[in-house]
Design a protein around this ligand. Structure first.
Ligand SMILES: [Cu+2]
Length: 461
């Protein structure tokens, strides 16, 4: 069932539901811009309409619009896309306008916005404008506020962006499948006064989780918790660009979470404040300094800080398995297990067998043959060797003399002489042990004892 009639007579209606665009209407649709590069696009300068300070979508882009009779018109196309997660791995995802996540939409508070959504997926979809205050019929919940947008159909949404802040968009139709396939996008509503909440750099990112078996290309969409790839804007380290900031610049990073779990987002070398949440701006008197902020499922957080420390600073989710790529699952802990002799025996049967993890889990320097289309679990070349990272990890590069608007990677930080941790070969201070601590024998007899078993109890019959 369609609402064509109400669309055509909508000018006089007090509330206009998301409606199917007629054939005649489709002829005058705004261009559906497409972007397939995974490089970070330069901020899109505002064209017609009120001025604002545009954001930078890390490894993404902003959707151009056209102004028609005072209304900002956008055209989103829901479609299958191929996304490079990092060099060496591509994924068959679903997204918008050639990419997952979809392009960032930027508007100004009190703008009237019209968004055409064309569905090129094999099943119906809808778009929910997460966090917006809008007429109920524009909320994009299939079955509740509109019929699903069938394959090949175009719907139109129209509402006023009532309050400035950080928002997301995503399907509210076959949600678990469509979001597990990468369908989501960022939305920023800028304040009417561009000096309000002004910063020098404003980065946006959405978090995704995927479950893609090593050697395959398409996510398992029925996974509920055990994902093996943790992504920022559908990229994983080392595929993510660094964020840049000139020394002393004010920086905002907006993070939206549409995965199935929370992500404690951590920045090194700086203190920040949560300046914005799902509901809008946090009053200055209610902010407190932090270095990690948890972004729960469905939440948006805008953190702000002054980039006052030059360097290459880590920025990442603090769940350590979220800074690894696939393959980290179902591997037993082997620290302390003595493999001497065993590898040799196994090698006679299985040439190339390799003992993993008996001295710790570091695999950064292992050169293993990987299956086709997968990524090393821990990788990334840094100035001092392998970073042993993956997933939700990137860098904030703070540099003196970096001019505003310059987003070119300045290379690795050159530390002032004498300011880098180094090997010590001089005399050592004593290193006291905790009182009563038992010393583990150095790689000698390794008796595995379950924690909790009392010392005496273990020997009872
Ligand atoms: Cu995480």
């Amino acid at each position: 069932m369609t609402n064509r009639r109400s669309f055509l007579t909508g000018a006089g209606a007090t509330m206009l539901g998301a409606s199917l665009v007629s054939k005649a209407g489709a002829a005058s649709l705004p261009e559906a811009h497409v972007h397939t590069s995974s490089a970070t696009a330069a901020p899109l300068a505002p064209g017609a309409g009120r001025p604002y300070n545009p954001v930078v979508t890390l490894n993404g882009w902003t959707l151009p619009w056209r102004m028609k009779d005072g209304v900002k018109e956008f055209h989103l196309v829901a479609e299958p896309v191929v996304r490079e997660l990092a060099p060496g791995m591509q994924a068959n995802l679903w997204g918008y306008n050639g990419q997952s996540p979809g392009p960032t939409i930027e508007v100004v508070e009190s703008d009237r916005v019209r968004i055409f959504v064309t569905n090129r997926l094999p099943e119906h979809t809808s778009v929910h404008w997460h966090g917006q205050l809008l007429p109920c019929g524009m909320d994009g919940v299939t079955g509740l506020t509109q019929p699903g947008i069938g394959p090949g159909k175009t719907f139109v949404y129209e509402f006023v962006a009532r309050h400035a802040g950080t928002f997301m968009y995503h399907p509210h139709a076959d949600e678990m499948q469509q979001m597990a396939m990468g369908m989501m996008g960022f939305w920023v509503t800028h304040p009417k006064n561009p000096r309000q909440h002004a910063v020098d750099r404003d980065y946006v990112m959405l978090l995704q989780s995927y479950d893609i078996d090593p050697g395959s290309y398409t996510p398992r969409t029925n996974t509920m918790l055990d994902f093996n790839l943790w992504a920022i804007n559908s990229r994983v380290f080392p595929g993510l660009d660094p964020m840049l900031a000139g020394l002393g610049e004010k920086v905002r990073i907006r993070v939206g979470n549409l995965t199935m779990t929370n992500h404690p987002i951590h920045l090194h070398g700086h203190r920040f404040e949560v300046a914005g949440t799902d509901g809008g701006w946090v009053p200055k008197s209610a902010r407190w300094p932090e270095v990690t902020t948890d972004v729960a499922v469905g939440q948006m957080r805008a953190i702000e800080f002054v980039a006052d420390a030059p360097g290459d600073w880590a920025f990442h989710c603090h769940k350590s398995h979220h800074t690894m790529n696939a393959m980290g699952h179902d591997v037993p802990t082997l620290i302390g297990v003595d493999h001497r002799g065993v590898a040799e025996k196994i090698n006679r049967l299985v040439p190339g067998y390799m003992v993993m993890g008996d001295k710790g889990g570091s695999m950064g320097d292992m050169k293993m043959a990987l299956p086709e289309n997968t990524l090393p679990m821990m990788s990334g070349d840094g100035p001092f060797g392998n970073l042993e990272m993956g997933g939700m990890f990137t860098l904030l590069k703070v540099r003196e003399g970096l001019t505003r608007g310059d987003y070119r990677d300045p290379g690795w930080y050159r530390h002032p002489p004498g300011s880098v941790a180094r090997e010590w070969s001089g005399e050592l201070l004593p290193a006291p042990s905790a009182p009563g601590a038992a010393r583990a024998p150095a790689s000698e007899a390794l008796e595995v004892r379950k924690p909790g078993a009392g010392h005496g109890a273990a020997h009872e019959h």
